[in-house]
Design a protein around this ligand. Sequence first.
Ligand code: TEU
Length: 574
Amino acid sequence: MTSRTTDPIDAGRPDGWWRSAVVYQIYPRSFQDSDGDGIGDIPGITRRIDYLADLGVDVLWLSPVYRSPQVDNGYDISDYQDIDPEFGTLADLDALIAAAHERGIKLVMDLVVNHTSDQHPWFVESRDPASAKRDWYIWRPARPGFEPGTPGAEPDRSPAAFAPSAWAYDPTSREYYFALFSAGQPDLNWENPDVRQAVYAMMRWWIDRGIDGFRMDVINLISKPAELTGAAPLDPDGDQLRLRVTNGPRLHEFLQEMNRETGLDEHNLVTVGEMPGSTVETAVLTTDPDRHELNMVFTFEHVRMDRGPGSRLWDFADVPLSALKGNLAHWQDGLADVGWNSLYFDNHDQPRAVSRFGDDSPEHRVNSAKTLGTVLHLHKGTPYVYQGEELGMTNAPLTEIGQYRDISALNVHAAALAAGVPEGEALRFLAARSRDHARTPMQWDAGAHAGFTTGTPWLALNPNYDTINADAARRDPDSVFAHFRKLIALRHESAAVQEGRFQLLLPDHEQLWAFTRSLGDETMLVLANCSSSPVTVPAEGLPDVTGAELLLGTHAAGDAGELAPWESRILRLR
Ligand code: TEU
């Protein structure tokens, strides 16, 4: 346990404060530019702080703003204790923290410690086999019998997320280092206690600076399987390392150590672990408060249900509503008594929810964005709003590979072409699923570059900013923005929304998403038509709504027995 004085840094964070909070995720590069270089920055966020206060969110989570070569837009960090000049300075960040705190808003930093940048001084030193930092990363010789650096000589067949191989070649030492995402993002060796202590020291430095928590990037990948740590032989033909890298043998030990050494719980910081490949069982272990690991995790189950049957990156399929809502219900049930859920449809890695799960046609966009918000925000857990979700921002019309910027999109395209897939098929996948959709600049107004920048935006704006923008939304009492404000206010006011028990109704219905939330003698019923056709409310399988009070609906109260396309209602039962 650290012995630092806790007084000033713990201000405003009572026990469990995050259980009633709504988090807003900012992707700084695309939020607001203040200096005309076409890249969003920290002073830009501070300029928009009153917009965020007006929306009513409690916490801002900033995607990485640290020093970085920007191979993966900041998820490749070369200095954890400085700000990238593209985004501003440490003084700018201090000013943002102060401006947020003045408005009662907390600030969460992205913690990317599964890997660093290959430009981080630790890795630069590690390239020297004689250096004390060699063991801070994962190094292996070439496959036996192969000339180092030649095709096929990689220690095993594991693919990286953004490159064909997870083994990057270093010509100086003629060895390979493990980099699960890209060669610019070498994985740290968490087996080495000095690595862990260096990470914890860095975290303490940020906590002392006054931040309120961490979103932890791919945190369930930090404990590597025995083959990677050298405790078991590496099968040179193995290619499923990615799966075994998740939820590794020492994950919970490391999280408990981190919590202890940095005082995460002691200071009531909010912590959310991004955990691809996690299950309800992993989440229970991670978020059980008695185990002192994390407050909540981001599961990937509901955003990976649309993957195609094979392992090909570019395959995808539609997801039936019954499967989607069934998955969320499985997590609600699994964490009902122990632990806590995070709730999200959108983030910087996902296509826009309204285009993916809703209907982004002019006819249905507003109601489907509102209804998806209603459904998500009425589940139990901490809801995350991703910038622009509160405006019903849509996927961009991307048709050519030259329009994409994301390392992941470019890799999928290259991999598909290398596999002989017709380009059209790869482009169809990207048009539906690319991460670039989430990263088009925030649409503030109908003026030049949507008010995002006075320069040339780093990624083209979605042309629909002439109608979909914050300025128009804030003047329209029926906008998606207005609806999200009400959802956030409802969570703040209602103990049943915060803590009520969840029960899914009509699990097999392919149009209606229906559930109750109950606390004491209060029960809320959510009825949501998640389709673009009207639906008759079934006579069976739902509670009696006689005398129920409509707390929030997408439409003016109409026929109780029918829901219009994408109509939803939150009812308080009598
Ligand atoms: O994402 C981890 C992750 O597994 C995916 O969401 C990733 O986007 C996907 O594999 C791409 O196909 C986190 C960050 O959120 C993401 O932006 C980073 O690129 C990644 O880690 C590496 O730091």
